[in-house]
Design a protein around this ligand. Sequence first.
Ligand code: 5RP
Length: 226
Amino acid sequence: MDIEDKKKMAALAALDRIQDGMIIGLGTGTTVQYMLEGLATRIKNEHLDITGISTSDRTTNAANELAIPMHDLDDVPYIDLTIDGAGEIDKHFQGIKDGGAAHEYEKMVAISSKKNFWIVDDSKLVDTLGHNIPLPVEVVPYGSTKVFKRLENEGLNPKFRMVDKDHYYLTHEHNYVIDLHLQSIVHPHHLAEWLAHQVGVLEHGLFLDIVDEVFVGTDKGVKNLV
Ligand code: 5RP
């Protein structure tokens, strides 16, 4: 089975949990795209009253194209359930979110949600975080080389994320991303704590103690990890 089939399978399994009247946090990424398409179909066929809360411009655009009713995070008192993808997940349900550098918005939506589900294919499961992907750190452009130096001095192997050799990758809030190439994050809570205290760092891609259930697409079907 190819990876896209596994992503779709996981997305559709989580979609089944959405009920009429719910406020749903809509994550970001290619796996979430399958969920959005399925949600649009359910809204239409079952006449569901659903409110979506976006985590990125990409998701807002997709949801608008699919006619999923959307509201701003500030307009709702809470979110019933957020369904998002992840870059990596370890066996303790700790994760890294990375790809679109949308982690600041994704984390705000996640912590406003009563429940958080992640939808992934089985390549995202790792023994130790940082194995396959770097950890993104969002930093303010002002003084970012100083923050970079601090990360380097700490042995965190930082690299600015670039669009090309002259242009920095910019987040939604027009900040820079420094990727930490760590290979293995043995103590994710310690690292998260340290990063949280660094002036100039706005947010990082470690999502710790946030997810409630993980839907994993595998060759043998969907595994629901609780
Ligand atoms: C975006 C993310 C994505 O959810 C994560 O990268 C998974 O993406 P995909 O479903 O495309 O593999 O964290 O910031």
